[in-house]
Write a new protein. Structure first.
Ligand code: FES
Length: 574
């Protein structure tokens, strides 16, 4: 089949001079025959495999299936590594390196003889970093997620990634679970290849990839070890070759309507607040206007139909067997709240892709008329504490705390929080509002997932499991609670959060989308006069990040990375 455009890989492999010799000859040391350089589409397989990113530990296998599909369609697959961001090991937080990894992806694609790219994504930040980097190149691109782990199991109970850990660690702190049991549960909580199997950030972002139209239908939920995950990878390999021949680029798919669909899907699956930051950053790379308030306007009235942890009780394996994301999207379409005309990577519209989706288990995917939680999308709060906004996930919060007024108990850093929270003398009760500062993009640095601060033991012992918590941090998608996150501007950037003191009264009113620090402007101005910004990191990437990171409401991208540069062929290297 012919290709509509002259392929950029021919700018390397099609040369008949010394440079062409170099580009082809050294590739031939891997055993590739001469005819592979004849002008067929060269497909990069962008791999985030790493043994330090256990959620992506099976990606070399997935890449092999992608390659099968590429070969079948007459393409030439070339796998390449990029920085891999593992949520469980990487410190101080994988989010610090999302933008760095996206630069790696962008420059690896642009600098190499690649005509189209398959993005292998799994653990939380590996999805947005690959999408963002690829978007700034704007070649034909398609995602394959690694798939969730099988449902966790320990003794007689199901264990959800993250969510089960939060619950058990509170039990240990409350003296209800021996530490030996806690250790023993570790292997049961992660008993197969794959990423977190709750609707945490990885599963949420896999849903976003599918809802955006950037992956083949069904991508979000197939378990990592299910043979159908490998079939999907093979079909993806076939499809990317066709996309190159059609010159179907990312910017032709990722329109505003695709992002709006993703926002609705985010609400319908009860997805992670982290998706807010990643979608805004991705939109910025591809030139689609998307604001924090869009999440409230477009998504907050959409109901959550998926009963899955952390909001519910089931897990991703159950979600797949119930029909997965296509069912959810079809239900939204049937209610007229999905743009079915949105184009997707297979060349069909979203409406065409989901027309036949059927639900097999109404306990897991509820009918839209009988939702799991009504009006469950992300709520965006405003007020004098967060002039540029803050978010809360009502589906993971306690209804009785959605309107609440309480005395602030302030922690200047997460270390201070850890050193004081177990102290029986700490002046705190369940009506207080826990406030954590200096955990935003610049302050941590990297905006760590520490916003869901554990409750003080003396409150836990009363059987109370939730309190209002406010911070400029993020929260794991697997976490839950009445937690106000992403306060912008952050404390370290001089936002009003920096000025809160223990004893101040704070009023939260989620239905009215308000959060108010009950301190008058004159008192705040006085406090501001004596406020000092924390010291910036001395050097290296930390310094670059500190000096250029945007606030959470703008996606926390680096300011100079917003937008794209396409993929013109760079000048020769020798
Ligand atoms: Fe990798 Fe949750 S830790 S997806």
């Amino acid at each position: 089949m012919s290709t509509r455009v002259k392929l950029r890989s021919q700018g390397w492999f099609g040369l008949k001079d010394r440079d062409g010799f170099a580009h082809r000859s050294w590739m031939k040391n891997q055993g590739y025959p001469h005819d592979l350089f004849d002008g067929r589409p060269v497909i990069g397989i962008c791999n985030t495999w790493s043994e330090l990113t256990p959620c992506n530990g099976h990606f070399r296998d997935i890449a092999e299936w992608v390659k099968r599909g590429v070969w079948e369609q007459g393409g030439f697959p070339l796998e390449f590594p990029v920085m891999s961001l593992g949520e469980t090991n990487l410190r101080p937080t994988a989010m610090l390196f999302r933008n760095l990894a996206s630069m790696d992806v962008e420059e690896s694609i642009r600098g190499n003889p690649i005509d189209g790219v398959v993005l292998l994504m799994g653990c939380d930040k590996t999805t947005p970093s690959l999408l963002m980097g690829a978007a700034s190149c704007d070649l034909p691109a398609i995602g394959v997620s690694g798939g969730p782990m099988l449902n966790g199991r320990y003794k007689d109970r199901e264990l959800g990634s993250g969510t089960g850990v939060w619950q058990m660690s509170e039990d240990v702190r409350a003296g209800k679970m021996p530490i030996e049991e806690f250790f023993a549960a570790e292997a049961g909580a992660a008993r197969s290849k794959g990423h977190c199997m709750t609707m945490g950030t990885a599963s949420t972002m896999a849903c976003m990839v599918e809802a955006l139209g950037m992956a083949l239908p069904g991508n979000a939920a197939i378990p990592a070890v299910d043979a159908r995950r490998y079939t999907l990878a093979q079909l993806t390999g076939r499809r990317i070759v066709q996309m190159v021949r059609e010159d179907l680029r990312m910017s032709q798919i990722l329109k505003r309507r695709n992002f709006e669909n993703a926002i609705r899907a985010l609400a319908a699956v009860g997805g992670s607040t982290n998706a807010v930051i990643h979608l805004i950053a991705l939109a910025g790379r591809i030139g689609v206007p998307l604001a924090l308030d869009d999440f409230d306007k477009i998504g907050s009235h959409v109901s959550n139909v998926v009963d899955i942890q952390p909001s519910g009780k089931h897990l991703m394996e159950d979600f797949y067997y119930a029909g997965g994301l296509p069912v959810v999207l079809r239900q939204l379409a049937d209610k007229g709240i999905l743009d079915t005309s949105a184009l997707t990577v297979n060349g069909r519209t979203m409406g065409e892709n989901i027309a036949d989706a059927e639900c097999w288990n109404r306990e897991v995917i509820h009918a839209y008329e009988h939702p799991f939680k009504a009006h469950a999308g992300i709520a965006v709060l405003h007020g004098n504490l967060c002039p540029d906004g803050a978010v809360i996930k009502p589906s993971a919060a306690s209804p009785n705390l959605m309107v609440h007024r309480g005395r602030a108990v302030v922690f200047e850093t997460i270390e201070e929080f850890h050193s004081r929270i177990d102290d029986e003398k700490l002046d705190i009760d369940e009506n207080c509002v826990m406030v954590l500062k200096n955990c935003g993009p610049r302050g941590y640095p990297g905006m760590a997932e520490v916003g869901n601060m554990p409750l003080p033991p003396k409150v836990l012992k009363k059987g109370i499991t939730d309190m209002v918590r406010i911070s400029d941090a993020r929260m794991s998608g697997t976490a839950y609670g009445t937690v106000v996150l992403h306060v912008a501007p952050e404390a370290a950037a001089g936002g009003p959060l920096a000025l809160v003191q223990s004893g101040d009264m704070i009023a939260l009113d989620v239905p009215a989308r308000k959060i108010h620090l009950e301190v008058d402007d004159a008192a705040l101005a006085k406090r501001r006069a004596s406020w000092k910004a924390p010291a910036a990191p001395a050097r290296g990437y930390y310094r670059l990040y500190h000096d250029h990171v945007l606030q959470a409401n703008q996606g926390a991208d680096l300011d100079f990375l917003v937008g794209g540069s396409g993929a013109p062929i760079p000048r020769e290297s020798h």
